[in-house]
Design a protein around this ligand. Structure first.
Ligand code: MN
Length: 231
């Protein structure tokens, strides 16, 4: 069976020290998962329920890229995040078993057109224009969970032109990785290739042309992104 035209290849993320890459199936993202970030966005932190949005897999952008300043925004923000790479199916999985489906972790940037997101939010409209756009899901190489070790209070930081802007620990997450996988698996048949961006700490802010962003999480490969002129 032939197709009318060829599509771009499915994006894939390098795995540290391995030849085979991680093909990306779906991209899930968590909103307001650090209390201090929820507060800076004007919301109280609650543990009632986590909430999610998605990005198109074609939004994947590899660490080390220089991107053009994103289209249609005058207030694009960085959001430094831990990304979970799912390596096995999970459907209605118990929290106690949820970490068994994690293949590895990576540093990620949930790039956000904040002006468009806030305008949509204030009108009760979907967030898609603010969150799901080209090169908006930046990701560094994945580290296998066996090499990363236990999820504890690893430091997560983002620097913009060498100034530290975000600085927290992974244990600050309101919903931890097991909570998120167990919850999301009630709504989706999670599958190998799915990525989960787990939310950002406080300190988000605007990017500018000429910026260099460097994000780090203890035990993982750092993420880097440079911002070039708008098209
Ligand atoms: Mn985010």
């Amino acid at each position: 069976m032939s197709t009318l035209f060829d599509l771009p290849p499915r994006p894939a993320v390098p795995i540290l020290g391995e030849a085979a890459t991680f093909p990306v199936n779906r991209i899930f993202c968590v909103g307001r998962n650090y209390a201090a970030h929820a507060a800076e966005m004007g919301f109280a932190a609650t543990k009632d329920a986590s909430f999610y949005f998605t990005k198109t897999p074609s939004a994947i952008c590899h660490s080390g890229t220089t991107i053009a300043y994103p289209l249609g925004t005058a207030n694009c923000h960085y959001e430094m995040e831990l990304v979970v790479a799912i390596g096995a199916p999970a459907f209605r999985i118990a929290e106690a078993d949820a970490l068994s489906v994690v293949l590895g972790y990576a540093c990620g940037l949930d790039m956000t057109r904040r002006d468009l997101q806030n305008a949509a939010r204030d009108q009760g409209r979907p967030w898609d224009l603010g969150k799901d756009f080209e090169q908006a899901a930046v990701i560094a190489p994945i580290t296998r969970v066996e090499a990363f070790g236990a999820m504890e209070a690893q430091r997560i930081q983002l620097s913009q032109n060498s100034a530290v802007k975000q600085d927290a620990v992974l244990s600050d997450m309101i919903f931890n990785v097991a909570d998120l996988i167990a919850d999301l698996s009630k709504f989706y048949h999670l599958a190998p290739g799915d990525l989960l961006y787990t939310g950002t700490p406080a300190g988000v802010g605007p990017i500018a042309v000429g910026d260099r962003l460097v994000g780090t999480i203890e035990g993982l490969t750092p993420i880097e992104l440079a911002i070039g002129p708008a098209e």
